[in-house]
Design a protein around this ligand. Structure first.
Ligand code: ADP
Ligand code: MN
Length: 254
């Protein structure tokens, strides 16, 4: 039985709560019919069984909380995250060119899937890539078994006593991830900051990798320096005695 409980996504299925599938849009976060089709397809294919509200509404994508509920009522539901790239983004110069926009967001989603796969394969904590269809990407949910999403590193609050030591060890942990990402995944994140890391089970999870670039991208080292600067600035603010940025750069690339 399919149940779509998506007030915020404007999606509703023939569930026990909801009557007929409706186009009832209950907020401004309405999905276009094509995207709704893709989400319904994903449900029919058993990737998820319910799509809930928005975890995040960004400029370029919305992230929804979804669940995979098994027939066995006693079994714990599995949480998922579904990232939907916006096909109507203002950053596109030629807004009237719909097919171009669609091609662009499809490309972003593909890149995110490909990069996540590589990162996940090396064991760096990140969402498990699960399913991709056009501009819709399903991945593992980073958060509690009750469905509470993990906070971004930016929003984490440690107690006074533990903060110093925690940030110090998270910083060290992150340096290792950056190096493995570069050396083994052959990727530079290119938007790495406290906004794109989640803190979960005392570890950092890397997210939002659609803009990550290959090693041989002409600007990859420039992006790496930016990532290093963002990370260093954040941890410095938290009182960590960080490495000089040039030393960190050398550590990552050699
Ligand atoms: P954007 O391009 O909008 O920045 P992100 O991939 O950074 O997209 O996701 C936006 C927010 O959604 C994140 O900051 C995080 O709070 C939440 N989020 C994204 N992916 C997941 C996930 N797999 N599990 C839990 N929360 C997630
Ligand atoms: Mn982000």
């Amino acid at each position: 039985k399919i149940k779509l409980d998506t007030q915020q996504s404007g999606l509703q299925g023939k569930g026990d709560r909801g009557g007929d599938r409706a186009d009832r849009a209950t907020s401004e976060q309405v999905l276009d019919p094509r995207t709704r089709m893709l989400l319904l397809q994903m449900i029919n294919r058993g990737i998820v069984s319910e799509i809930h509200g928005c975890l995040s509404t960004g400029k370029e994508a919305n992230v929804y909380h979804a669940m995979s509920v098994s027939e066995d009522e006693d079994a714990a539901p599995i949480h998922r995250a579904v990232k939907v790239y916006k096909t109507s983004i203002l950053v596109f110069k030629d807004r009237d060119n719909k097919s171009n926009n669609r091609a662009m967001v499809k490309l972003w989603a593909e890149k995110e899937m490909r990069n996540l796969r590589r990162i996940y394969a090396t064991g760096i904590p990140c969402p498990e890539p699960l399913y991709l269809r056009l501009h819709v990407l399903a991945m593992g949910f980073i958060g509690s078994s009750k469905g509470i999403p993990a906070p971004r590193l930016k929003d984490v609050e440690f107690s006074r006593e533990e903060a110093e030591e925690r940030y110090r060890s998270l910083y060290i942990e992150l340096l290792g991830y950056m190096r493995v990402m570069y050396q083994t995944c052959r990727l530079v994140h290119a938007d790495l900051s406290e906004y794109n890391m989640l803190y979960h089970k005392k570890r950092l999870y890397i997210i939002d990798v659609s803009q990550s670039v290959e090693h041989d991208h002409p600007r990859s080292l420039e992006f790496l320096r930016m990532d290093i600067k963002n990370v260093s600035d954040f941890f410095k603010r938290k009182g960590v005695d960080t490495l000089p940025e040039r030393a960190l750069f050398q550590f990552i690339v050699s």
